[in-house]
Design a binder for this molecule. Sequence first.
Ligand SMILES: [Zn+2]
Length: 57
Amino acid sequence: MKEDPVSRMHTAEHLLNLTMVRMFDCGRCVSEHLNRKKSKWTTPLNAIPFSQERESG
Ligand SMILES: [Zn+2]
C-alpha cells in the first residue's frame, strides 16, 4: 500500500482525535489543519485539563 503525505496526515488526524476523546472525554475536533511544517488543532474541552488532579493532589 502506497502512503502519500495526505493519507498519512489523515491517519494522524484520526489518532489525535481518538487520543483527545480518550484523555479529555471531549468531542472530536472542530477545526484541524495538519501540515508538515505548521499545524493547527481546535478541540472544545468540557473542563480544564488536569485541574482535578491538581486540586486533589
Ligand atoms: Zn478517515
